[in-house]
Design a protein around this ligand. Structure first.
Ligand code: FES
Length: 167
């Protein structure tokens, strides 16, 4: 694939989304939501492209992208692990779970995604499942009453699934 082909393939999906919303700047949030669903994050070059296509400033697009917490400007791993650190989970030692995952995946508070792009670790506020504390979510799957051993087993299960999918 030439670089110009890669460029057009990358932007094809964005063009489709922009067309779908009639290049209407009032639909910026919906457009960004669809782009994030497609790419799993909001790449900088695509946001600049969206600004030009909508006839608004890049600052407006970046402003919207940074205002709403559910938008992310960084690429995330295939498995996004969100550990709840709300009060109920914190009391039940969610910090041990966070430390276990960080140690196992060689992540830190600053380095949230593994270099192979398989895992991203995030800390979140109450997930609304306090009765299951401490809780973590892997993509959409909720895992309650977690402890260190269950966390290690879960990580191993995910690694096995990654390996099986690669074969
Ligand atoms: S505090 Fe963790 S689910 Fe509510």
């Amino acid at each position: 694939m030439t670089s110009s082909q890669a460029f057009s393939t990358k932007f094809d999906k964005v063009c489709y989304i922009l067309d779908k919303y009639g290049h209407d700047p009032h639909m910026l949030i919906a457009i960004l939501q669809e782009i994030q669903a497609e790419y799993s994050y909001l790449p900088e070059d695509i946001m600049t492209y969206v600004a030009t296509a909508l006839g608004i400033s890049p600052g407006q697009v970046f402003g919207a992208a940074t205002f709403y917490a559910h938008f992310t400007l960084e690429p995330k791993g295939k498995y996004v692990i969100r550990v709840c650190d709300g009060t109920a989970c914190h009391v039940k030692k969610s910090s041990d779970i966070i430390k276990t995952i960080q140690k196992e995946l060689k992540l830190t508070d600053e380095k949230k995604t593994t270099p192979d792009m398989n895992f991203t670790l995030e800390m979140v506020a109450c997930l609304g499942a306090c009765g299951l504390a401490p809780v973590l979510v892997v993509n959409e799957d909720v895992h309650g009453a977690m402890d260190k051993d269950k966390t290690l087993k879960l990580l191993n299960d995910i690694r096995e699934a990654i390996k099986a999918n690669a074969e």
